[in-house]
Design a protein around this ligand. Sequence first.
Ligand SMILES: CCCCCCCCCCCCCCCCCCCCC/C=C/C(=O)SCCNC(=O)CCNC(=O)[C@H](O)C(C)(C)COP(=O)(O)OP(=O)(O)OC[C@H]1O[C@@H](n2cnc3c(N)ncnc32)[C@H](O)[C@@H]1OP(=O)(O)O
Ligand SMILES: Cc1cc2nc3c(=O)[nH]c(=O)nc-3n(C[C@H](O)[C@H](O)[C@H](O)COP(=O)(O)OP(=O)(O)OC[C@H]3O[C@@H](n4cnc5c(N)ncnc54)[C@H](O)[C@@H]3O)c2cc1C
Length: 664
Amino acid sequence: MEGVDYLADERKKAEFDVNEMKIVWAGSRHNFELSDRISKLVANDPGFSKEGRTMLPRKELFKNTLRKATYAWKRIIELRLSEEEAAKLRHFVDEPAFTDLHWGMFIPAIKGQGTDEQQKKWLPLAYKMQIIGCYAQTELGHGSNVQGLETTATFDPQTDEFVIHSPTLTSSKWWPGGLGKVSTHAVVYARLITNGKDYGINGFIVQLRSLEDHKPLPGVTVGDIGLKFGNGAYNTMDNGVLRFDHVRIPRDQMLMRVSQVTREGKYVQSDVPRQLLYGTMVYVRQTIVSDASNALSRAVCIATRYSAVRRQFGSQNGGQEIQVIDYKTQQNRLFPLLASAYAFRFVGEWLKWLYTDVTQRLQANDFSTLPEAHACTAGLKSLTTTATADGIEECRKLCGGHGYLCSSGLPELFAVYVPACTYEGDNTVLLLQVARFLMKTVSQLGSGKKPVGTIAYMGRIEHLMQCRSDVKQAKDWLKPSAVVEAFEARAARMSVACAQNLSKFDNPEEGFAELAADLAEAAVAHCQLIVVSKFIEKLQQDIPGEGVKQQLEVLCGIYYLFLLHKHQGDFLGTGYITSKQASLANDQLRALYSQLRPNAISLVDAFNYTDHFLDSILGRYDGNVYPKLYEAAWKDPLNQSDIADGFHEYIRPLLKQQLRTARL
Ligand SMILES: CCCCCCCCCCCCCCCCCCCCC/C=C/C(=O)SCCNC(=O)CCNC(=O)[C@H](O)C(C)(C)COP(=O)(O)OP(=O)(O)OC[C@H]1O[C@@H](n2cnc3c(N)ncnc32)[C@H](O)[C@@H]1OP(=O)(O)O
Ligand SMILES: Cc1cc2nc3c(=O)[nH]c(=O)nc-3n(C[C@H](O)[C@H](O)[C@H](O)COP(=O)(O)OP(=O)(O)OC[C@H]3O[C@@H](n4cnc5c(N)ncnc54)[C@H](O)[C@@H]3O)c2cc1C
């Protein structure tokens, strides 16, 4: 029945002001109004329909993406949308496209690594999309190890040009999004060679295709790398392969903010750190952290609504069966994910602040916070994307068999999201960057250098190494100070243990390689401490709205107690808590699940997602799941006829043969 809200009873149970929670989730009233307006604009425009997306063959899918991206651009111009509004529009259009890399990496790379002159020349063209660019760093043979890239850019003083060349098969650029079929230009990362000397990696703006007929320029071989995981999903993107055969570009197309090559071929290093070459990655890692809460909340919204609709077992006297959301096992799998979505939202907000702060400092030639910004963006990118990808898959399982249908929205969401664990730095490789930062911090303790920011807790190392939890009853685990100290002590002790083990090796690099698994775990502990601390700090702010703060306290408690339960080996092993205290934490966690239960549906309503954006029959706002699933099945191309194509060739002969066999 249309128009009936099957989740109305659930919504009546809410103990808080959902509209105020929507504002907390969005970050501000302005953000809420912006998201609300743009999501509805997209949902109501047939040009952005998602119908049949998972059924399209690659070529049609890709062409459809080109159509949508061009249409989006047209609407952005017609409606005179600001950059902020355009970014929201892209978010709600909900389809990876070449434009992501153009706006998300090509332009930021020029902004971050180009000189003022270079920016003046290239940015206006890029902003008007008169050129389309991508970020060509990864090669067939090297992705994680950026210093291992093989493409060369050799300066030719005779002509004042760089010669860009791919000397080996493994030096072929491989993976860049937007490269395969669309980009006219790329920021290409290559080894800078001048006067016979290799100065390592630098970025170069290289034109790949003609702006007239889009044909690859002489010396450029370019194409798509082939079909990727999942139906639809990331196959809307033309991840590409690119080879250069001595392609010449003018010297001034080397991005020269970090280092320069003079007309005579002299290499000059600026006074800015070389790590700024990696700046675009820091920027994107920060956006990926913000985006994790979008993806996780979407999966959680679907699984929560469906868990309230779905009933299994327990019917008495012909009454209704139990809603699966009432099973403690379902709650124990679902509610920590709901809490994680909120936790990642707040840590994403904080990271955005940190990134803005470091950018302002860099502009003023203050590079002091760069290492922390790198460690935080790398570590939180790793932590949030791993948890989100795993969380989406868990949500699929939480929806039972129906979660496996594409119409649940979950398979495609997973397929689009899961490469986030790999791109912008493999998650393990990034954790090891955090571990290096932590080991450096521990080695400098006692040197007089005071740890600040997210590692300030290391400044209290003596206390953290010997303190013990004073929790005596379950509700003591609700005290923020008890929790923060627990996570600080665990992180500090794990780091110190690694540092002590490292000191047993004569060669520190050998030690680091041998202890890498422990180091990655110490990095996870440090990153979890950041997320927990930022959630607790958020709760110390003034949060208006009846019951809103209380619900956030419940979510925060679930987030950290679930982590404490899951990693209790760390907390027990480092001696901060006793097994009795671990058991009290678990008692408190169960109590919080019961407190959250009546509010679950409203807490996912607070994400304010349209049905268009969710694109899930199981996650429909009205909970009208079964009729819509039934209806959708008949839209499958296989159901266009009663008799399947291929019946006469394959099924009929089989049936005949069986008849003959039966007669024998
Ligand atoms: C529908 C249409 C709409 C219409 C248009 C509308 C428009 C609206 C706008 C839309 C906007 C969309 C936005 C979308 C966002 C973008 C989407 C993202 C899609 C993702 C695509 C993916 C891209 C990629 O994957 S790009 C390639 C990424 N590659 C990697 O990440 C490689 C990982 N490896 C490394 O980073 C390095 O190799 C590393 C760090 C592992 C090792 O570095 P090293 O130099 O070899 O060695 P090391 O000794 O470890 O480090 C030396 C030193 O440097 C420090 N360091 C390292 N990295 C950094 C850093 N990044 N920053 C600062 N410092 C760094 C390190 O700590 C060491 O320091 P010291 O110890 O002090 O010496
Ligand atoms: C969908 C998608 C889009 C992409 N878009 C772009 C793009 O636009 N531009 C671009 O330049 N690139 C892009 N990439 C490439 C991406 O950045 C790389 O794939 C990524 O950095 C990982 O590198 P890799 O593939 O070399 O993995 P590898 O480094 O080969 O990883 C393989 C395994 O080795 C492990 N490993 C590697 N090094 C270490 C180590 N030191 N210690 C311990 N374990 C290690 C990893 O953990 C992993 O398990 C994209 C990739 C994908 C999947």
